[in-house]
Design a protein around this ligand. Structure first.
Ligand SMILES: [Zn+2]
Length: 117
C-alpha cells in the first residue's frame, strides 16, 4: 500500500489541495453535481470509490439511527446526543477526510457517432 496523504481531495485540473473548510462549504453542503474547484473553477466530481464509501457510511448511519439507537437501554436525551454525534462524525469528519475528486467525463461524442436502427 502506498502512503496516503492527509489531503485526499485534490483537483484533477490544477492539483489544488482542498482545505477542510473548502471541502465542507464547497462539497458537503452542495449538490454533488455542482462541485467546483475553488481555485480553477472547473466542475469536478467525487470519484466512484469515495461515493461508494459515502453511501456505505450513510447506510450505517441510517441503520444506527433507525435500528440500534432506539433499542439501546438509555435515556431519550442520551439517544438524541448519540444521533447528533453520529451526524456530526459523518458530516464533519468522515466525508471531508475520505472524498477524492476526478474529472467529469462526458460521453457525448461516442453517442453521436452511433446510428440507431
Ligand atoms: Zn482546480
Amino acid at each position: 500500500m502506498a502512503k496516503k496523504e492527509f489531503h485526499t481531495a485534490v483537483c484533477p485540473h490544477c492539483h489544488h489541495k482542498w482545505t477542510y473548510k473548502e471541502k465542507l462549504l464547497g462539497y458537503m453542503i452542495k449538490p454533488r453535481s455542482r462541485t467546483r474547484c475553488p481555485n480553477c473553477k472547473e466542475y469536478i466530481e467525487p470519484s466512484t470509490k469515495s461515493v461508494v464509501f459515502e453511501y456505505i457510511a450513510l447506510a450505517l448511519l441510517i441503520i444506527s439511527i433507525v435500528f440500534i439507537v432506539p433499542n439501546l437501554p438509555i435515556l431519550n436525551s442520551t439517544r438524541i446526543i448519540i444521533v447528533l454525534f453520529l451526524f456530526f462524525v459523518y458530516t464533519f469528519i468522515f466525508v471531508p477526510l475520505t472524498v477524492r475528486f476526478e474529472e467529469i467525463h462526458y460521453n457525448i461524442k461516442d453517442k453521436s457517432n452511433e446510428k440507431g436502427n
